[in-house]
Design a protein around this ligand. Sequence first.
Ligand SMILES: [Zn+2]
Length: 61
Amino acid sequence: MTYKLACKDTGVSCPFVAQGETIDEMMEVAVKHAKEEHGYTDEQINDPETQKMIKAAIKQE
Ligand SMILES: [Zn+2]
């Protein structure tokens, strides 16, 4: 099972797709990318609305 989170599914125009074998592993990649490439802060990432959007955008393959 692979978990995927496409940046574009969170409303950003970006081709990056975070992947991982667990949600935690995938989120670590996604959060690092969001901070480095999009200037997100921990506060923004931990916002309940953002968390809801992220969870809705996660895909399993
Ligand atoms: Zn991105």
